[in-house]
Every structure is written in structure tokens, then in C-alpha cells.
Design a protein around this ligand. Structure first.
Ligand code: AMP
Length: 491
């Protein structure tokens, strides 16, 4: 059974409205999501954003839509340089170390839909080409470095040349720097919100330095040769250079956390639309709500974060994916003990249901029941239907629990084959949300005790069978005597 939806709606930050996902000409939907700045371990707030887009892409692929999904890796940035100084190593080593951890975390959380992770330093020539075109077209201007005042210069984007600035976030150019982090401070900027495209090094280059392909390290700062001066890329230009090369000057969907709407995504629009002269840069902008801790954004700079590694030390990845799916991707999400406990209970309910379905598949009745088949079809329609409505994962999960309740009313009368079909349908659908249900079946020695216990029970020697029950429970199993025999499993 497979119900393919005909329409999918997604909230578009650019228009403030739900947009019907168009089917594109060549049948491929191009998606770019902002990846991490690799200077520290990933926290579960970052992972929430990536898990949400993983749900989105897995759902699109489930419906048959072909998606080309790429993510950049910001592997050159002030924060990386600072960390390298602190750890007395090179920015390259810091970036490599945390890229490796990031990818391991993604695999551990079953975030597997990204086709390619693209480090910014692999795209320096494309970055240089974008800056060059912006200079030629008069969108970029130079601020000379002022070494006496320890201020790096660079090429800046002139916002007065791009009147559309602010269209994504609903801000004016005057509000450009209000309340945002990661701005490019320089008192010589023409407009308050002008952002840096290319940063000149803080230290003077040795006079002998000639053009090289590889970067050189100048007082701990990696710098590349460019026709307009040695330096390194500003943050926003990394993404547009990568996406222009990999996806073209215009593409379908761009995503990230809400914190990136301004200034990052706004700056990307200004850059790419100015470079190519083509509008719109992106048709659909999708933004995830932020994970908060006691109401404050979980962030590396505030230090109020739980890393993915810490989370996975005490919990399994399915629990994380379930918590993510329990919230609409655009809502803020506060992580708390209560939240985790509720998700654990929900996960255990599904595990118990699966254990029952396995027992029924082995020993259940053969009579078919039309009502159960209807419940299964209705589950699939509701689950898929939820995802078509702006990726409403809580609605899809509600369909899971609603149908578990319905099937459970008369579960031992469930037909063998229907039980098998329900399980595989649940597996196929939960997989879209990165949830893989696994419970532990009894091992061989426990199987032996279960059999012995059945013999005592049949002989009504209950004190002996109770003793064996205790032995099974001592091994951490749950045991439940059902009309089809004992159900034994571990969560
Ligand atoms: P960063 O490494 O800070 O550039 O963040 C990488 C990704 O995680 C971006 O898409 C951010 O929008 C997202 N992100 C950062 N903090 C949070 C948070 N607290 N909750 C959800 N997403 C976040």
C-alpha cells in the first residue's frame, strides 16, 4: 500500500505564506541547507535543524520527488581561527577534527539524506570569482586595512546598491545590524549593515610573497591569493559561491535555522541576485524553529548546550528523532526532562506494539478482519497527509498512536498477515522521520527458561513458574502472558 500525495505545502519565509511545492522542469528539486561552522562539537539544537531537513527530504523522496540536497561546511571562519590559537594548532586541523565529529554525529542520528557535504575551502576560486564580479558591477567596495589600529580591511557589499535588502526578514537596511550576532564591524563601512565579502589579513604579507594556489598561514590566519588582494572569504559568500557552482544561480529551496534568516540569508540573496542579475535567487525559504533551554536559544556562544555526543551517551538516537518529530519544525522547542520522559514512554509504546505484532505474525489467527485493514489504510493516509501540510510531523505521529490504540482494542484477534503488514507499514513510515524501532528479543538461555516456565504453568505449578518469571525479569525482560502465549521482550 502506498499513498502518494498529489500536493505538498510548505511555509515560505519569503512570502510568509504556505507555498505549493512545484514540480520542477527537469524533475529535480535542488535544496541547499546551511551546514555547521566546524569549531566545536555539534549541539542537539543544530542537530534538530538537520534532523528536520532530513525528515523533509526523506518524505519528498518517499513521494518520488528527486532531490539534490547539499550542505556547506564552514571550515574557514574567525571562530575556527580563534579556537586554533587556543588549542595551539592550525585552523585546518580544527576544521578537520570537528568535521569528522559532525559527520559521525550525523550518521549516529541517522541523518543520511544529504548528497554532499561541501567545505568552503574547496570553493575558494568560486568565492574569488563572485567577489570579482561584485567588484566589477560596483556592488563591492574596498576598505583599506588599518594595521595601526589593528583593523583588517576588506571588500564589503554596498547595501545602498541593493534596495531589496530585508525582503526575507521584513527589515529595512537601517535595521540591518540590530540585535544580530556575527556582524562585520568596521567604522569605515558606507552603510551600517554592509557585510564583508573578502577579509584582508590582519598582518602584513612578506614582500616576497608570490601568487600561490594553496593558502598560506599568516600569524595563524589562512589567506589565499586573489587578484584583488590576499585574504579569506567572509561568511555569507561561501554559501552563494558553493550553491552557484553546484546548483546554479537560481534554485528551488534554501533552508536553515531561523537564526540565519538575518543577516545570513538576506546577505546571500543580495550577493547572488547582484552577481547574476536573476531573481529570485531561491523560490522557497524554509526555516526551523530554535531549540531553547529555559527559553534561551541553545548556542555554543551562550554555553548552554548539550552536545550530540553527550545526548547519545544516555539515550538512543531514535529518542532524539522522536522528540524532534513531536514538534513542528517551525516551532521553538524547549528541551527538558519532562520532554525526554514523555518521548521515552511513547517510544516504549511503539516497541511493545511491535513485540505484540511479531508474536501475532507467528501465532495469530488466520481470519481476516476488514475493519483492521481500514484502520491501516486510514493510518497511512493520515501519516502522509500530515507531512503534506507543512511537514506536520506531530500530526503524523498522532496517526501512529491513534492507530496503535485502535488496533490494541482487540489485538489478539488480529490476523497474522495483517499484523505483518501493519509492522512493515509502520516501519516504512517511521523511517521517513528517522525512527527505527528495535526491541530486544529473548536470547537462547532466556528462551529455555520461558519454555520451562510454560511447562510449570500448564501443570499449574505456579510457585515454580513464578520463580522462573522472576529469573526472566531479573535479566531485564518484560513478560506478559497473552492469549497467544508469553510475550517476552526488552525495550
Ligand atoms: P552554526 O554552526 O551555528 O552555523 O549552526 C548550524 C546550523 O544549526 C544552522 O542551520 C543554524 O541555524 C542551526 N542552529 C543553531 N542553533 C540552533 C538551535 N538552538 N536550534 C536549532 N537550530 C540551530
Amino acid at each position: 500500500m502506498r499513498n502518494l500525495p498529489t500536493k505538498i505545502h510548505i511555509q515560505n519565509t519569503l512570502t510568509g505564506k504556505e507555498t505549493e511545492l512545484p514540480i520542477w522542469k527537469n524533475g529535480i528539486t535542488r535544496l541547499f541547507v546551511c551546514g555547521p561552522t566546524v569549531y566545536d562539537r555539534l549541539h542537539i539544537g543544530n542537530a534538530r535543524t538537520y534532523a528536520s531537513f532530513d525528515n523533509f527530504v526523506k518524505f519528498l523522496r518517499y513521494t518520488g520527488i528527486k532531490v539534490r540536497y547539499i550542505q556547506n561546511i564552514t571550515d574557514i571562519d574567525d571562530k575556527i581561527i580563534k579556537k586554533a590559537e587556543e588549542e595551539k594548532t592550525t585552523p585546518e586541523e580544527i576544521a578537520q577534527k570537528y568535521t569528522k565529529i559532525f559527520k559521525e554525529n550525523m550518521r549516529a542520528l541517522d541523518i543520511t539524506s544529504v548528497d554532499k557535504y561541501l567545505p568552503a575551502t574547496d570553493y575558494i576560486q568560486e568565492i574569488i570569482s563572485q567577489v570579482e564580479r561584485l567588484i566589477e558591477k560596483n556592488y563591492a567596495y574596498k576598505i583599506e586595512k588599518d594595521l595601526t589600529a589593528d583593523k583588517a580591511g576588506g571588500y564589503y557589499f554596498d547595501l545602498s546598491k541593493f534596495p531589496d535588502y530585508g525582503k526575507l526578514a521584513g527589515r529595512t537596511i537601517e535595521q540591518a545590524e540590530d540585535g544580530v550576532s556575527r556582524i562585520d564591524e568596521n567604522e569605515n563601512k558606507k552603510n551600517r549593515g554592509d557585510f564583508c565579502l573578502w577579509k584582508f589579513p590582519k598582518t602584513n604579507l612578506p614582500l616576497s610573497k608570490k601568487k600561490t594556489k594553496k593558502p598560506i598561514l599568516l600569524d595563524g590566519e589562512p589567506v589565499w591569493w586573489a587578484p584583488f588582494g590576499w585574504g579569506r572569504p567572509g561568511w555569507h559568500i561561501e554559501d552563494t559561491a558553493i550553491s552557484e557552482k553546484e546548483l546554479g544561480p537560481q534554485y528551488e529551496i534554501h533552508g536553515g535555522g531561523r537564526d540565519l534568516i538575518f543577516p545570513h540569508h538576506e546577505a546571500e540573496i543580495a550577493e547572488q541576485e547582484s552577481v547574476s542579475g536573476k531573481k529570485p535567487f531561491v523560490q522557497l525559504w524554509m526555516h526551523t524553529g530554535l531549540m531553547t533551554v529555559e527559553g534561551k536559544k541553545m548556542s555554543k556562544s551562550l554555553g548552554n548546550f548539550i552536545t550530540v555526543d553527550e545526548f547519545l551517551k544516555n539515550n538512543d538516537a531514535n529518542l532524539f528523532r522522536l522528540i524532534v518529530a513531536m514538534h513542528h519544525y517551525r516551532s521553538a522547542m524547549d528541551i527538558s526532562e519532562r520532554e525526554t520522559t514523555a518521548a521515552k514512554e511513547a517510544l516504549n509504546n511503539i516497541k511493545e506494539f511491535f513485540a505484540k505484532l511479531d508474536l501475532i505474525t507467528k501465532k495469530g489467527v488466520k481470519e481476516k478482519n476488514e475493519e483492521n485493514l481500514k484502520t491501516l489504510i486510514s493510518f497511512e493516509e493520515k501519516f502522509v497527509g500530515g507531512l503534506t501540510e507543512d511537514l506536520n510531523t506531530p500530526k503524523s505521529l498522532a496517526a501512529v498512536f491513534e492507530s496503535i490504540n485502535k488496533f490494541s482494542q482487540n489485538i489478539w484477534k488480529l490476523n497474522k498477515l495483517t499484523a505483518k503488514n501493519i509492522k512493515s507499514s509502520f516501519e516504512n513510515h517511521l523511517k521517513i522521520l528517522g525512527i527505527k524501532i528495535e526491541y530486544t528479543k529473548p536470547d537462547k538461555s532466556t528462551e529455555k527458561i520461558i519454555k520451562e516456565r510454560e511447562i510449570f504453568r500448564n501443570k499449574k505449578e505456579f510457585s515454580k513458574s513464578d520463580e522462573l518469571r522472576r529469573q526472566i525479569e531479573a535479566k531485564g525482560y518484560k513478560i506478559d502472558d497473552t492469549p497467544l502465549g508469553p510475550l517476552v521482550y526488552k525495550n
